[in-house]
Design a protein around this ligand. Sequence first.
Ligand code: G4P
Length: 527
Amino acid sequence: MTIDQEIARRRTFGIISHPDAGKTTLTEKLLLFGGAIQKAGAVKSSKIKDHARSDWMEIEKQRGISVATSVMGFTYRDTKINLLDTPGHQDFAEDTYRTLTAVDSVIMVIDCVKGVETQTEKLMDVCRMRSTPVICFINKLDREGRDPFDLLDEIEEKLDIKVRPLSWPISMGKTFKGVYSLYEKSLHLFTASKTVVEEGIEISDIQSQELDQLVGEKNAEQLRADVELIEGVYPEFSVADYAAGEVAPVFFGSAVNNFGVKELLDTFIRIAPTPRSRETTVREVAPHEPKFTGFVFKIHANMDPKHRNRIAFVRVCSGAFHRGDTYFHVRHNKGYRFSNATAFLAQDRETIDEAWPGDIVGIYDTGNLKIGDTLTEGEKLQYTGIPSFSPEIFKEVVNKDAMKSKQLEKGLLQLMEEGVAQLFTFDVGKRKVIGTVGALQFEVIQFRLLHEYSATVEFHNQQIYKACWISSSDERKLQEFIQSKMRYIARDKDGKLVFMAESKAWLQMVQDNFPEIRFHFTSEFKD
Ligand code: G4P
């Protein structure tokens, strides 16, 4: 197969949702279709439930599960699908944001009873930053949910994206009859089933009496009225608008009953984008370029503390990756040979010899790679669009065992390179402050520092609202600002300047007082 054919048959995507909307269930059903698993229940949820907050074994176990299910590759109708798992627990949101940098599209699961929830909104913001195409799957139609038109309005309003329903439910909850595909013009009648899927019934004209017989007169009338309204209100579905991240096609179904999932998957492989060109610091790189390029978007530590090796997840962006070849590590400005590379399959990892754009390669690493690193065949370019976001909780790290400061330094560095949290070092006093999205990370960090590096730490709360990366076109003004706000200036892991704002109101005041200074909430920005 040529590289163009390999690219054309690849779809790399992620499923995102607010916890409990049905992401794990949908993942499992998709894998069933791909023949990647044989029975339901094979995919364990990688979410860490609240009750597990201080259960270390649970966290360790989850870490193990999450590496196994981090990337799931399977083939469906000759399409090679790479599904990247994102942690459901909101404390791991940063990990999710980074994973989204490696996908070409997403499927967003929304619970029809709860509608758009907070985590859905945050994830959509990340998709919007990169114009990632989104398909919405409204789940749990077997429950008494909200009115479908209201749900669509809510998606448009809260997620700030236009929608276009491609399927439509016939009733809901106890009286749920099925969905009508506006795209295929066919009807799928609901039968609760864990594995079997029946083919749809083609209805070329919903005015026909056949519809009344299939779903009852009242439901048939309602469907006709709904379809008329949809066609009057929503413009014709455009694949180009979807690919540009401007319109989200919407499907309805019930993941646990395996209903509406096949329709979703069939449409997905038809419309979802193939690997696309990506921006670097130097130029845009097209996937069909013959030379290999890729970037690291995730690092996972080995669970065995005696073996320090880690798995770096590399997204192939162009050319072909060949195991055993030497690739250029741009940040280190030197070549490395990666003889131990794996591909991810649904339940397993297997050694691979080559990988194509869109594929994810797992590379065993002893500490040379970090998140955001670019690998090439020699060209000095760096993939962009893998920013750090301002954390939400900040705590100072205090060393409780002076004899172990070296181990602590090393442990902190490694954990930060894995992306567990972000470290900020204040200019004054060299105080080290860790920033995270959720409280759980502090427990994980404390635990891992002790067990893997024999370092004992305590965390002291900090009154910090946001970490703002700062810049200015006027170097003199920037220096003046740093002088006057010395106590609040820190450096991130790359040495970039960060202003640690104590409160929202105070940040606003500082912004007003220093109009020449730009404040950014992500580490990557254009001046
Ligand atoms: P998540 O990964 O997004 O957090 O959600 P997950 O798939 O774990 O689903 C959350 C709960 O919702 C599960 O129930 C799951 O069975 C249920 N669910 C998923 N799809 C549907 C659906 O179409 N209809 C209905 N009624 N429920 C659905 P649970 O009780 O938390 O777990 P379990 O004991 O069923 O595994």
